[in-house]
Ligand binder design. Structure first.
Ligand code: FES
Ligand code: FE2
Length: 339
């Protein structure tokens, strides 16, 4: 049995900001584990991630940094940094100290999310995250929360078939194809039906399929097809360690603008630019509601390195084996997967 802190800090790509959080030339504080970070968009439009501490005298650039002419400027003594972290000027003119460089983190922007590469030796990224094709889709809508948890357990949720029935009340659960692990990418798909929980608007039980693609422990994208209403959604589950056994979880949802050709007539009468954001909002609310149920478990559960798996659990054994590559977990070998 392991406390969350004993799971350690996994390597891989982790969300540090959404593109929306950087709008208006904002400089954002962020963190991965115990690393305090600053995120901004440099003059070339690229999102940048660096250690938050100013190399001059240690001010927190997420607190006192601002953007000027595309450079990140520290509000303490006016040192200015370009997109590569090089100091281009001090607040007083004159010579720039050679050691006044920001420590940069490798970063990429995928599906409107800025991801930073976390590795204990800060080595160059050894894999990347494939973006989804966003044409014909709404922009993602985001919900961010912070609570006690670990990416290992949150990402495990997407392959934990049993809890979908018992905790979330899904029915008719089926796994039409086996889950696969290929390097850092784990794929799984399911079909299920779920009762509509909201009092309004009234809706029938929804039949749906999901396809999960987990790129490491910090970035899961879920393609959701709700056949009952002929709608397709894309969900994101992005847990990032934020220190002291806590996690920052960004949940996202986008909706495809076009409904299926056999979608119910009343829905098709709405213009997509009106119906798609509405459906996206309901879907995100459903995801946030599911996570609220999960959090009641996560807040007090322990990580069992040798779970007593049973038929019906889903591909937990495969997940545990796959997850080993992201950190050296002691004694992680799970029981054989009986599902
Ligand atoms: S601490 Fe940032 S410029 Fe001095
Ligand atoms: Fe869950």
């Amino acid at each position: 049995m392991a406390e969350r802190g004993e799971l350690g800090e996994p390597t891989g790509w982790f969300a540090v900001a959404t593109a929306q959080e950087l709008l208006g030339d904002r400089v954002r504080p962020s963190r991965i584990g115990h690393h305090e970070l600053v995120v901004w968009r440099s003059v070339d439009g690229q999102a940048r991630v660096a250690d938050a501490q100013c190399p001059h005298m240690g001010a927190h650039l997420g607190d006192v940094g601002s953007l000027k002419d595309g450079n990140l400027v520290c509000g303490f003594h006016g040192f200015s940094f370009d997109g590569d972290g090089a100091c281009v000027s001090t607040g007083y003119g004159g010579r720039v100290p050679p050691r006044a460089c920001l420590k940069m983190w490798p970063s990429i922007e995928v599906d409107g999310v800025v991801l930073a590469w976390r590795h204990p030796e800060v080595s160059a990224p050894s894999w990347t995250v494939a973006p989804a094709d966003a044409s014909g889709w709404t922009r993602p809508q985001w919900n961010t929360s912070s609570f006690a948890g670990h990416p290992m357990e949150i990402t495990e949720n997407s392959v934990d078939l049993g809890h979908l029935q018992v905790l979330h009340g899904y029915a008719s659960l089926d796994q039409p194809t086996s889950a696969t692990a290929d390097g850092p990418l784990l794929r799984a798909s399911y079909s299920f039906s779920r009762p509509w929980r909201l009092a309004w608007p009234p809706a029938p039980t929804l039949d749906a399929t999901i396809e999960v693609s987990a790129y490491g422990l910090g970035f899961s994208r879920v393609e959701l097809h709700v056949a009952t209403i002929g709608a397709r959604f894309r969900l994101w589950v992005l847990p990032t360690l934020s220190g002291d056994g806590h996690v920052t979880l960004r949940l996202g949802a986008a909706a495809r603008l076009r409904l299926d050709d056999d979608a119910p007539g009343p829905l098709r009468r709405f213009p997509p630019r009106l119906s798609a954001p509405l459906l996206r909002g309901f879907t995100l609310a459903g995801l946030v509601g599911d996570v609220a149920q999960d959090r009641k478990v996560w807040r007090s559960k322990r990580h069992l390195s040798r779970p007593a798996l049973a038929p019906g659990d889903g591909p937990i054994g495969l997940y545990r084996q796959w997850a080993k590559q992201f950190f050296a977990l002691p004694d992680l070998a799970a029981s054989p997967d009986p599902s």
